[in-house]
Ligand binder design. Structure first.
Ligand code: GLU
Length: 279
């Protein structure tokens, strides 16, 4: 009796707590409409140097710079970041925990069933990271019998499962930093994900001279801004901000200050890309 009362009381409390959110259209917790100012909650990676990295209260990387530029252009005055691991991105958007995601998030047909994308704002390609002295892994076709690490819910892991599953032992973690630690410790033979992510790790002081990117990309990864499915108004505003960022030189500066500093070059024929039409 006593315990069921307590459950009832907790239930009522939750209901009351949810009411103010529902009254504001359900998204007052992640930020209001563009132009309304105030706070916006943005999903990024926390462990990918050069793209999205959290160190104490400091957030750095290309995704972070693009996110800040877009948020400001949309009139938000305060950005709150939330960690968005690969496998959780669709859920974070669908459950209104973030307004936008800038997290090395490839635009794919599968994902577009659940969320919408603005952009792309960068085009990368899947590649391999190996020990600096490795000579036998030269591309995805030389992975037979090797232990390969990637991240759950990523296009990188999917591509291996779809195309190379028979010969490769795939180990999946929830973040790339765990894969890179395992590679450095000799527990696996290679890490696979986008070249820009791998280059960011290889340039970290603790890995310099120890790890190398193979350098033969074998996919096209178009990084989009994840938003709630069907929000074409927000998509259009983000695309306008991205085009402005490219035109005023801020895109290039953000690239040079982050990924460019790792010595990485992206194909200038396709970067910066023109955003797709919002549908
Ligand atoms: N861009 C790829 C993806 O969205 C790999 C990087 C990542 O997992 O964030 O799945």
């Amino acid at each position: 009796m006593r315990s069921s009362k307590r459950i009832l009381a907790i239930g009522a409390g939750l209901l009351l707590a949810a009411l103010p959110l529902a009254a504001c259209g359900g998204d007052s917790d992640t930020g209001g409409e563009p132009g309304s100012g105030g706070k916006v909650v943005i999903g990024i990676k926390y462990d990918q140097p050069g793209l999205g990295l959290k160190e104490g209260d400091d957030y750095t990387g290309f995704d972070v710079e693009v996110a800040k530029y877009v948020a400001k252009d949309l009139g938000y005055t305060d950005v709150e970041f939330k960690e968005s691991p690969s496998a959780q991105r669709e859920t974070l958007l669908q459950s209104d925990q973030v307004k936008m995601i800038f997290a090395t998030y490839s635009i794919t047909d599968d994902r577009a069933q659940k969320v919408s994308f603005a952009g792309p704002y960068l085009i990368a390609g899947q590649d391999l990271l190996v020990k600096a002295d490795n000579t036998d892994i030269t591309g995805p076709d030389s992975l037979n019998g090797k232990k390969l690490c990637s991240v759950t819910g990523s296009t990188s892991a999917k591509k291996i499962k779809d195309n190379y599953a028979s010969g490769v032992q795939l180990q999946e973690f929830d973040t790339y930093s765990k894969c890179v630690e395992a590679l450095n410790a000799g527990q696996i033979d290679a890490v696979t994900t986008d070249n820009v992510i791998l280059a960011g790790f290889a340039a970290q002081p603790q890995y310099q001279g120890k790890l190398k990117v193979v350098g033969k990309p074998f996919s096209e990864e178009r990084y989009g801004v994840g938003i709630k499915k069907g929000d074409t108004d927000l998509c259009g505003k983000i695309n306008a901000a991205l085009e402005k960022m490219e035109a005023d030189g801020a895109w290039q500066k953000a690239f040079d200050d982050t990924l460019g500093a790792s010595g990485l070059k992206v194909d200038p024929a396709i970067n910066p890309p023109k955003p797709d039409a919002c549908t």
